[in-house]
Design a protein around this ligand. Structure first.
Ligand SMILES: Cc1cc2nc3c(=O)[nH]c(=O)nc-3n(C[C@H](O)[C@H](O)[C@H](O)COP(=O)(O)O)c2cc1C
Length: 378
């Protein structure tokens, strides 16, 4: 099992409000990265959006400050030429001694035109398909001549091999029909936001089926927030504390923005919240408990990963175990603020989880089997 933290340049106790937001600069991001490295997480996801910093530059600046953590760098296909991306990836992989993972982010309709990509939803995935096909050939050392619908390359060859073979793992998020096929064809780990386990399990079955048709195997990762406290009551009180800091106008702005998205993944998240609430406005945090111990409160104030597992360490571990049972072995978790919660989760939860941590130079296992640990406390 791999457990990653989250490293986005937007943070605070409740960063949807000015007074809940903290300044995130290089010194702060460095502290979070060093905590992740020190505490036994497998690594961290460096997402795009939510802040103005660039994920590649941020990741590269943190290599010399860390020794073990892996960096999952979000990449939007098509913005840089595939050979340029291959060069960046190989350089990062060499300089970090094999600690790079790429997260393929195809992007939403409104997000891509400023970067020069003016394509509709399904065409973006057609571009993604071409792009990662070419990228994988380059990383494997081929000289590539390619003329596709979106890309043209002649005599492209990567002269610097990556450390990880055949190339640093490719993670991927996207829930639409073309997304599932691209994931099955090109990627190593398919990621989804924290839908309830039965729904997430359906996606796993479908991606697995499509991957088998390509003769491939894909692993599965879950991106979810955590609110872990020593007792369940404290954990739900913490959720209520956050809920009390969500103003109606913030909910309205976010929900209007959400309905304008062409992302199927986002629409599925919206549906999960909508199904629970109907036309009613939530009055208490627990009105948003969409599945036992799964709280959709973050979905009121942000796009993307809108759910959190809430509870004492054993409850949270048991719920992660339920996700593991439907096929997930990779978890990208977070809490706010990123620094304090990285410590809290490491202190309370990580000892209950069977985390495998591997780098190019070492391998060790921390924690015990889920079930032995879950229920270990009276
Ligand atoms: C775990 C996960 C992480 C993601 N990270 C990012 C990100 O860093 N930046 C971003 O713009 N979109 C991100 N996305 C969004 C998707 O990559 C994708 O662009 C979006 O869901 C639209 O695809 P769809 O219509 O196939 O769902 C992420 C999605 C998932 C599931």
């Amino acid at each position: 099992m791999e457990v990653y933290w989250y490293l986005i340049p937007h943070d605070g106790y409740y960063p949807w409000k000015r007074q809940g937001t903290r300044a995130v600069d290089f010194a702060y991001v460095s502290q979070v990265a060093r905590a992740v490295d020190h505490l036994g997480y497998t690594g961290a996801l460096l997402a795009t959006g939510g802040g103005a910093h660039d994920a590649w530059v941020m990741g590269a600046s943190l290599i010399p400050q860390t020794t073990r953590m892996k960096f999952i760098i979000a990449v939007h296909p098509g913005i840089v030429a595939p050979l340029m991306l291959a060069q960046k990836a190989a350089t990062f992989d060499q300089f970090s001694n094999g600690r790079l993972i790429i997260n393929i982010v195809t992007g939403e309709g409104k997000q891509m035109p400023p970067y020069g990509i003016e394509l509709d939803h399904d065409e973006r995935y057609a571009l993604t398909d071409e792009y990662w096909g070419v990228y994988r050939r380059l990383m494997a050392g081929e000289t590539v001549d390619f003329e596709g619908r979106y890309l043209k390359l002649r005599d492209a060859k990567l002269s610097l091999p990556p450390i990880q073979k055949p190339y640093p793992p490719l993670f991927f998020g996207g829930s639409s029909d073309p997304a599932l096929t691209v994931a099955a064809r090109h990627t190593d780990t398919y990621l989804t936001w924290g839908e309830p386990p039965p729904l997430a399990g359906e996606k796993i079955a479908e991606v697995r089926r499509r991957a088998e048709a390509f003769g491939r195997k894909v692993r599965f990762g879950l991106r979810i927030n955590l609110i872990v406290r020593e007792t369940k009551e404290e954990a739900w009180a913490a959720a209520q504390w956050l809920f009390d800091r969500i103003d109606r106008d913030v909910i309205e702005t976010t929900s209007t923005r959400r309905t304008q998205t062409d992302s199927i993944g986002q629409q599925r998240m919206n549906q999960v919240i909508g199904d629970r609430l109907g036309n009613k406005a939530p009055r208490h945090a627990r009105d948003l408990e969409i599945y036992p111990d799964i709280w959709a409160g973050f979905g009121l104030i942000r796009n993307g990963p809108g759910t959190a597992i809430v509870g004492d360490p054993e409850t949270v571990a048991a719920r992660l175990k339920e996700y593991a049972d439907v096929g997930f072995d990779t978890f990208i978790v977070s809490g706010q603020p990123l620094l304090e919660e990285a410590y809290r989760v490491a202190d309370l939860l990580l000892p209950l989880l069977p985390i495998e941590r591997t780098t190019a130079t070492e391998k060790f296992v921390r924690g015990g089997p889920f079930l032995a640990a879950v229920g270990a406390r009276p």
